[in-house]
Design a protein around this ligand. Structure first.
Ligand SMILES: [Zn+2]
Length: 146
């Protein structure tokens, strides 16, 4: 088990660079970058990339809740409802980025975008449950990878 992230040192009104966010949560730069890929909101137009303290706090809380609430295969964790929700209309986008596979859907209750990382192996199970749209190449300007 990875050690759990620290919440206590995060100031909600501050913006953190990836390095600072790693320092304050007790993680590594890689952890924070992985979180951003999993849906942690970041100001990626800024150089360096900044993460708001309150976004960081709610993302970590959401992760804890998601771990606790044992999502079933047809559920996502909605950060806004703070509860397990099903995708609206059973519509799910599947995005693969190298070795990572991520599902994206809208919360059936509040239309908030929800993300869930999955293993490529479980993709066939997922497509049995949902109407999955594959998006193999992220539609994004190449500058984001700079
Ligand atoms: Zn919701």
């Amino acid at each position: 088990m990875p050690k759990s992230a620290k919440l206590s040192g995060i100031k909600s009104l501050r913006c953190y660079t990836i390095q600072e966010a790693a320092g304050v949560t007790g993680g590594s730069d890689r952890t924070i970058r992985a979180w951003i890929k999993q849906g942690l909101p970041a100001l990626e137009s800024e150089r360096p990339t900044l993460v708001r303290g309150n976004a960081l706090i709610s993302f970590i809380e959401g992760q804890r809740q998601a771990r606790k609430s044992h999502l079933s295969r047809d559920e996502f964790y909605c950060l806004k409802c703070r509860a397990a929700r099903k995708p609206a209309g059973a519509l799910v986008d599947c995005e693969t980025d190298g070795a990572r596979t991520k599902l994206t859907a809208l919360c059936e209750a509040c239309d908030t975008i929800m993300h869930k990382p999955i293993t490529p192996i479980s993709l066939s199970e997922v497509s049995d449950i949902f109407d999955v749209t594959m998006r193999s190449a992220p539609i994004r300007s190449s500058k984001a990878d700079h």
